[in-house]
Design a protein around this ligand. Sequence first.
Ligand code: 5FX
Length: 546
Amino acid sequence: MDDETEQSGGGPFYLGFDLSTQSVKAVVTNDALQVVQEVSVKFDQDLPEFGTSGGANRDPTNSKVVTAQPIMWVKAMGLVLEKLRLLEPPLLDQIVGISGAGQQHGSVFWKRGGLETLRNLDPDKFLHDQLAFAFAIQNSPIWMDSSTSEYCDMLEKAVGGAEVLAKLTGSRAYERFTGSQISKIFHTKREAYNATERISLVSSFIASIFLGSYAAIDYSDASGMNLLDIREKTWSPICLAGVVPEEGEGANLAEKLGPPTPTEAVLGTISPYFVERYGFSSDCKVVAFTGDNPSSFAEMCLGANDIAVSLGTSDTLFLSMPSLPQHGFGEGHIFVNPIASKDHYMALLCFKNGSLTRERIRRDYANGSWSIFNELLDSTPRGNFGNVGFYYDLWEIIPKIKNGDHKFNKEGSKLTKFTSNEVEVRALIEGQFLSRRLHAEKIGCKITKETKILATGGGSANPKILQILSDVFNAPVYVQGDSNSADLGACYRVKHALYGEGRPFDQFIQSVQAYQKVWDPNKDAKEIYDKMLQRFAILEQTILNL
Ligand code: 5FX
């Protein structure tokens, strides 16, 4: 970026959306990519009529089934735009481009006629009134769902095994990945499947609304489906057939998905609905939306030795990968890199029990208060007297383990509860980070003297938690002011897509990187946590064998 642009606090402006598990957020940045406006809508609080908890609806008869209603997302999107429209100064007419991020893996099944509806949205009416009947499935499966094991087995068998699938698509079959979710719909709700005109990911779903037409799925988010050949960047015919085996009337999955697109693609201009109703410029461009993790990855511009740790509803770790490993990737995932062209990739590990579990322990042991929680953390030593805890509110993904808590004392004896609230709170945070480190090392992540941890997500606003993260990984932790990087990453991607002129993404936006070091590890951390990690690995194995 040249000096003039760097100093520009004015327009043009960029709009970044983030439809995450619990909320929709939007940020407007100026041309220097500084946030100038920010609004959000929380599903549980602001849209109680949808009965969500943590943004999701859990099936009372089967805890593995977790969904959310796309019409709730649409209503939230309308509210966010309304809030933006009312802000002073009004900026919507100066926004040159929009992009965004969505919780990964979730799918939206548009009913036949959906495209027609999108093309003809009436600016005098609410979005949610017009899209109420646009979906073949009212409850969309989301990433928290783990009800598709049999379809995962079917897919792995169809392609020749888990390793073959991992090599082809970057991941073994995972329950939350969209391929097995589509397979479940195909096998159990055939009528709805046949009535489906288009299948979107959450990311391409919001892009479609802004575009007034079906938006292509981008390569990076498409990598979370077990359907994309990550080398060729096309849908893999063998995987498609493993998901929808019978070719019959309406089965044609490739057609329902539409061709995938590079993440940096400009998909078109904004639908007239938004021009007339909210005052957007009719020239405003829509850049491909992507997954929340790839979009955060774009915002962080990770260096070769950096590890990103996103502490949100799920905790995710991601790394940059210059080339593909020879073999599959165990319990991790490889996604097409959202910002580098050609052969670059990103590696990702996803732990399902993140902030909701931290909130549960805060409620049960710290009176629901973060300041009490932090005082309790402060009053226990690193290593927690040898006590180790595992806390899972939901079926965990890494490792694949049933929900429940497991607590062990110094001698390795199983306990039903620890001796104090202090020990409980520290056991949760140390246990979560030991697990993140253990599984990162398992996929080949090396923690060196140069390693930096870039923390983001809601949990990264808590400095005490970050100190423990730094100690457990024995590496410095960096944060930037806005703890939500997915929406900001979308603004960066818009600017690069519109004005980058082929320049590498990281060089183009380098000067806006505002990560500041907040903690160095304590001197004794390495000794304490290297040993503790070995015990943790053995105890985790014990639980897996239960
Ligand atoms: C990543 O693979 C995940 O499943 C989660 O981090 C979701 O993207 C959360 F939105």
